[in-house]
Design a binder for this molecule. Structure first.
Ligand code: MN
Length: 471
C-alpha cells in the first residue's frame, strides 16, 4: 500500500540562450546522463524524470505548471548547469506548488588543468549560476532543500534519496484521509487540534465516523475472510496456546480476525490510510481492537489511539518516508522511566497498539485483560522492539500554529524479563540525555504520543517540517 517507485522527481536544468545551440545540446545531454545515473541508484526510491533544459521565463513557467498538475510528480530537482538569469525564474517559482531541491553540482568533477579554456568555463559554471538561483529563492522567501556536491557522490545521492522520501510523504499527506472512529478521549488536551488548520497545513482530511459504521462492516465479513486473516496470523506470528486451534480462548482470536477484516473493509471503502479509535467509544464492539490495529499498522496504515489524528497522520508520513528501508515504524507512547544514575531509560508501550514492524523477533499473539474500558479481553501482539537508533516525533497544535517536536533515541535490549507486562514494548536511551531531552520536550509542549521510526533519519523529519512550514 506504499509504492514510492510510482512517484517521480522531475529534474530540470537551467540555462539561457546566450551560448548557442552546441552548448545547449551539451547541457541537455549532460542533464540526461545525470538522470540516467540517478535512476540506477537504489538509494533513490522514485523515478527521476528529465524535465528538460529551460532557457526563458515562458519555458520555466510551463514546466512548473506541468509539475503542479502532475499526479505522479512529488517534487523537482533544479540545477543551473550554466548561468541562468534568475529574473526568468520568478514567475515559475512563485507558481510552483511542489517541493523542490536545489542541487548544486557540476557535470565535470575535476578541473582539466591542461586543457581548460573559456568554453569549458562557460559550460561548467554552476558555481556562479547556482548562486544567482539561490539568491532569487531567498529573495522570494522560498523553502527548499539545498544539496551540494558532485552528482556521482554517494553522499549526494543518499541525500537526494532521503529528500525524495520526504517529498513522497508530503504528496501522500496531501491526498490522505484519516478516519476517526469515535472522538478524542474525553478531557485529553494534546490529541485535540484545529482540523481546518491541519488540512491547510498538511493537506490531509480528517473525517469522523460512528463506531456503528465499523460494526456494520464487521457484521458483513464472511467466514472465508475471517479464515484468511487467521491464516495470516498463524503464518506471521507465534500463536499463544490458549488462542491456538482447540485452545480454550480460540474464539477471542476468531473475533479479533473478524474485527480486523471488518476494519480493513471499512477503511478501504473510505480510502482512509490512517485512522484512530478510542477505548471510550466502542459501542457494538466487544473488545478494543489490539491485534487488528497492530496488523493494519504493519501493512502501512497510520494509527493514533484515543482519537489522536495528528499522530495517526504522522505515523503514516513516517511509514511512507521509511518505506523499503530497514527498520519499522509505530505509534508510540512514553510510558515509564528507569531512573538509574548514569543509565536513564524510557519504557515505551501502549495499552495494545504497537506496530510489529519494529519487533526484534517473531511476535507472539496473546490474550490478557485490559485494565480500562470494561470490555472483553483483547488479543494483542507482544514483543520487544529491536535495538538500534530511532527517531520519535510528534505534532502539536499550539493554537495559532503547529509544531513538530523530535528526539533521536537509541533503543536498547531489555535487560530482564518482564513476564507480567502483557504488551509490546520498546526500551530506549534518549539523546543527548533524558534530563536535556525531556526538559526540552516538555517546554516545547511535545505530546505523550509519537511516531516512532527505526528507518527515518533526523534530517528527513526536519525537511518534512520545513517543506510544510511547520515550526
Ligand atoms: Mn495513549
Amino acid at each position: 500500500m506504499i509504492n514510492l517507485a510510482n512517484k517521480e522527481l522531475w529534474f530540470v536544468v537551467g540555462s539561457q540562450v546566450l551560448y548557442g545551440e552546441d552548448v545547449l545540446r551539451q547541457v541537455d545531454e549532460n542533464g540526461r546522463t545525470i538522470v540516467d545515473h540517478f535512476n540506477l541508484q537504489d538509494e533513490i526510491p522514485v523515478r527521476v524524470v528529465f524535465g528538460g533544459v529551460v532557457k526563458s521565463r515562458a519555458e520555466i513557467s510551463a514546466v512548473m505548471g506541468r509539475a503542479n498538475v502532475s499526479a505522479d510528480c512529488v517534487g523537482l530537482i533544479l540545477w543551473m548547469h550554466t548561468f541562468s538569469p534568475a529574473k526568468m525564474w520568478i514567475a515559475g517559482l512563485q507558481a510552483l506548488r511542489k517541493p523542490f531541491l536545489h542541487l548544486h553540482t557540476q557535470f565535470n568533477r575535476d578541473i582539466p588543468w591542461a586543457t581548460i579554456d573559456m568554453d569549458f568555463m562557460n559550460l561548467n559554471q554552476s558555481a556562479h549560476g547556482d548562486r544567482e538561483f539561490g539568491y532569487i529563492c531567498t529573495r522570494l522567501g522560498l523553502k527548499r532543500k539545498v544539496v551540494v556536491g558532485h552528482w556521482e557522490s554517494e553522499v549526494v545521492i543518499g541525500r537526494i534519496g532521503d529528500w525524495s522520501r520526504v517529498a513522497c510523504a508530503i504528496d501522500d499527506q496531501k491526498n490522505l484521509v484519516v478516519a476517526r472512529i469515535g472522538d478524542n478521549m474525553r478531557e485529553v488536551a494534546v490529541t485535540e487540534g484545529d482540523k481546518v488548520a491541519a488540512q491547510e497545513t498538511f493537506g490531509y482530511a480528517v473525517h469522523g465516523y460512528g463506531v456503528g459504521d465499523v460494526v456494520d462492516c464487521i457484521d458483513a465479513v464472511s467466514d472465508r475472510e475471517v479464515d484468511e486473516v487467521l491464516e495470516r496470523y498463524h503464518r506471521l506470528y507465534t500463536v499463544g496456546a490458549a488462542l491456538d486451534v482447540g485452545g480454550d480462548q480460540r474464539e477471542a482470536l476468531v473475533e479479533s480476525a473478524r474485527i480486523e477484516a471488518g476494519l480493513r473493509r471499512f477503511l478501504m471503502e473510505r480510502e482512509a490510510l490512517a485512522f484512530t479509535d478510542t477505548f471510550e467509544n466502542l459501542h457494538g464492539l466487544n473488545q478494543l481492537p489490539g491485534l487488528p490495529v497492530q496488523q493494519l499498522m504493519s501493512e502501512g496504515f497510520g494509527f493514533g489511539a484515543e482519537g489522536d489524528w495528528k499522530t495517526a497522520t504522522l505515523v503514516r508520513a513516517m511509514k511512507v518516508m521509511g518505506s523499503g528501508l530497514p527498520g519499522g515504524c509505530s505509534f508510540m507512547e512514553d510510558y515509564t522511566y528507569h531512573f538509574e544514575p548514569g543509565n536513564n531509560l524510557v519504557l515505551g508501550a501502549h495499552m495494545l497498539e504497537i506496530c510489529p514492524s519494529i519487533s526484534a523477533l517473531k511476535p507472539e499473539i496473546q490474550i490478557h485483560p485490559l485494565s480500562i474500558g470494561g470490555k472483553a479481553d483483547p488479543v494483542r501482539l507482544v514483543f520487544d522492539a529491536a535495538a538500534g537508533p530511532a527517531v520519535m516525533a510528534c505534532v502539536v497544535d499550539l493554537g495559532d500554529r503547529f509544531r513538530l517536536v523530535m528526539n533521536t533515541v537509541e533503543v536498547v535490549d531489555i535487560p530482564e524479563a518482564m513476564p507480567l507486562l502483557p504488551v509490546a514494548r520498546a526500551l530506549w536511551r534518549v539523546e543527548p540525555s533524558l534530563e536535556v531531552a525531556a526538559e526540552e520536550w516538555l517546554l516545547a509542549g511535545g505530546s505523550h504520543h509519537s511516531g516512532f521510526s527505526q528507518a527515518v533519519a533526523e534530517e528527513m523529519m526536519k525537511d518534512f517540517a520545513e517543506i510544510l512550514n511547520v515550526e
